[in-house]
Write a protein that binds this ligand. Sequence first.
Ligand SMILES: C[S@@+](CC[C@H](N)C(=O)[O-])C[C@H]1O[C@@H](n2cnc3c(N)ncnc32)[C@H](O)[C@@H]1O
Length: 237
Amino acid sequence: MDLLKFLKNNLFVQNLVGNIISFTPPYLELSIAKYLAIKKALFVTAHDATYGSYLEFGVFTGSSFTFAMKANKKIEKIFGKIDCEFIGFDSFKGFGEIEKGDENPSFKSEKFFVDEKKILKNIEKCGKGQKLRIIKGFYKDTIKNKTTTDLKIDKSRVIMIDCDLKESTHLALEFIKPSIQEGTIILFDDYNYFKGNKDKGEYAAFSNFRKKYPEILFRKIFDFAYSGEAFIACKIS
Ligand SMILES: C[S@@+](CC[C@H](N)C(=O)[O-])C[C@H]1O[C@@H](n2cnc3c(N)ncnc32)[C@H](O)[C@@H]1O
């Protein structure tokens, strides 16, 4: 009996599969997919000897940040010890003032207020034995008009941009510019939100950055989670 005929006569199969997939909470699915993207980026960079720091803009509870440190330990078992500092940037109090063009029903500052002491303690615990730094504060105070050189960050290996808004992403990209090398991977977690509007969100900030600095060529390497896209700096002239 062919599969299509079997499915037509046994609708419980489609019901069962639908039930299982819809039962999985979206945030769980999304987090797993984000973890896999980070692991993939760490693997690819280790494979090609793209050494440098892991930078994360938007730490929140530290879920993806602590995962990156854990995943790197496993990757070091394959490729050997890698000198990689993990550096996270967050206010732990949301976005601060949100510009008109950055307003979105799901990106509200209150949602991102966290018990900073508890989060930092957990990050320290998970990052035992790894080099790590947390740069606490709003980006307008911590990274605006600064670059990685000011914070003694040399080259970047993987950069996770998970700060949702166009303005925050713009500040992050200007900050990291000197650290980008051939092989640096940038993961944008919220690339396709804002109804696909080309003038909004992480998409707009990155497209302005690429226009402003055409000497850095990027190539898209994969999609991830619900709204994420990953790029590699493939040529710097
Ligand atoms: C979606 S959450 C990050 C989620 C995290 N990567 C994870 O996987 O658990 C976004 C974070 O970005 C931070 N953020 C966004 N814009 C910021 C800014 N301008 N200054 C400081 N923090 C900012 C917010 O405080 C929030 O914690």
